[in-house]
Design a protein. Sequence first.
Lengths: 356, 362
Amino acid sequence: MDKVSRISGGQLTVLLLAGRLSNCLLLTPDSIGGLHITDRLFAVALNAVLVFLLFLPTLLLLRRFPRHGLIDRGYAYTRWCGRGLCGGYMVLCLFILCLDIVQFYDFAEKVMKSGFSVPWLTVALIAVAFIASSYGIQALGRAAMPVALFSVACLLVFSGALLSEMRWLHFPPLANARLGDVVGSAVKELPRTAEVVAIGMVYPYVNGSRWRACASFCGLTALFTALVSATALGVLGDFALHTVYPYYTAATAVQIGVFQRMDILITAVWLSTFFIRLTLFCTLFTDAARRLFGHKARLWSAVGGGVLLAGFTLWISRSSTAHGWEIVTAVYWWVLGVFCVGLPILLALLKRRRRV
Amino acid sequence: MKRLLCAILPFLLVLCGCRAEPHVGEQVIVTGVGIDERDGQWRVSLQAVEALRTTGSLSEQSESATAVYTAGGHSLADALQGFLNETGKRAYILQNQIIVLSLAQCRSRPLAATLDYFIRNQEGRALVDVVICRGDPAELLDIQSGSDAIPAEYVSQLLDEGGRWGQAVTTRLLDIERTSDGMYDTMVPILEVTDKTPQLSGTALFRDGVLVGELNVQETSGLLLADGRVQRLLYARGDTTFRLEDIATRLTVEPQGEGWQYRFEVSAVARIIEEEKDTVLSEEERQALLRETEQAIAADMEFALKHTVLGCGSDPLGLARRTAAKHRNRGVTQASVEAVQQNSAFTARVQLSLTDSGFKKK
């Protein structure tokens, strides 16, 4: 990725949104947090505000340096600081990719059940994502547009088709839960929004208003998360809390004319949005590697990252436990704290020492 | 170009394509499944499309294009495995349209336990119809229909029409999955086969998946009217038959003594579709007949509600959940309503407005 290839603010919104939709479609009972639909809608709106607040420190720091990312700001202080940030972002991207692929592994094993080898598919997916990342962020931004449009169209059609399966009885009255539960659910969802840490690296490659792009991303994410939640819970009611992937379960009931079992379409939408998300973080990983090791080492760092990712992901997928996920969530909180709040504030306080 | 090929190659390695899929001759395409229990053993009947019996499209068949196979085992999965062992063919259930349970099966085992195989199996459809047969489920799967080559389709249409006209509930696998969580109880339509012809015979009521009672067809209409699920309803009073349309139901619930008072108000447009008398009814006579009809429908509704909720302890309309939703400010919960459900009272009021049929007898 070089700074000549740039994306517009709109493309940034769509790129982040497409990636976020993949998480949104894999709505889990854990993310619903035992809330009923109306309370869930409050939680989603609150989550959007919190996500935007997490964008703020980076946006405020970088607004004076439109062609700098956080890594550039690190290099502006000292070379070692910049290198440290490159290494940090590489680990961070691998961490996010690892969690995403573990979720993919789980979905492929529990839901897709198509007879193919899930470990091989996982390895293939990682390889393809790294290869796709070599095309740069501009290509990714362009690819995200049709994927996002297709996904949104599918979500709207599915929700329309499932209207007949929704019953008022499944919708309890507004504000049924305590305020604490709603806030808890909104906060619990935060670690799933890995896009907030990407903005520190993507920033210099964006033309136009990044503020508007981030605000649109938060708004649209809230809108589609609410739509997915309302559809899943409207169709399944309390039963949604006892299914592995409620939206997918609800989608199995879609019937449009003679067409049935259209959950395959949701799988396709999810895979395509997931691929965009995966490629985005692979792109950021290889970009950080390029900054650290130089342009020539880019290929080998991608291969090394891919091998490391595949090995680690397969190991975790086969041995993950509930306790392990608690640790991962705690780590995610630290990541958000460090990369979204701590780092921008620290870099704002440090005095610029050298020209980059 | 090289990079593109590199991107495609890894996927080609893992794609299995059609190699591992069974040949069409190695499986039977199941269109209906019957589940019965005899002497502690499961007996599964499979209605399957006979590929060799069909010529051209299924819509061109003059007789049933299906055959019924039976297999036994100590569970549903075991019975299906037994079928595979006997015939060498795998049961392909994606095209399944109906699951038929015997009354004996429903009495001996909770509904969710009986259907667990289908609930877990992602190969099947969530909208497959579930019915109960008074006799042997295999009989219902083996009916002959002149209009449909696949009997399961015929039964499915019968249930759909029955649902539209308030004669039968329509229950799908998804409904049973949803009710497993206690939001409301399940009702399943009952059919019986007379001279190889299926007929709607009422509704089975469940409480927490256990069969607790039955309603006949008329009582089913009353219950469906209370639930607001009926689109049209035929109602005969004396020599006159009305067709009720634009049916709307409103429920109000208030605390009464130790229980709750449920008031159902139904409004509908009544159209006279048949008068067997030669003499023409005067306007007063018609209005009097209409009031009688209103009272009769209200009585049917009240009877169905009392029999279902108070008599059988079943709550298929989710009254406890609705009550909790409406009175949550008073700290009412679904569990607290269910605890005093037996002290509840039900009243129904029906308001019909007569519309001109566009025809006047001389």
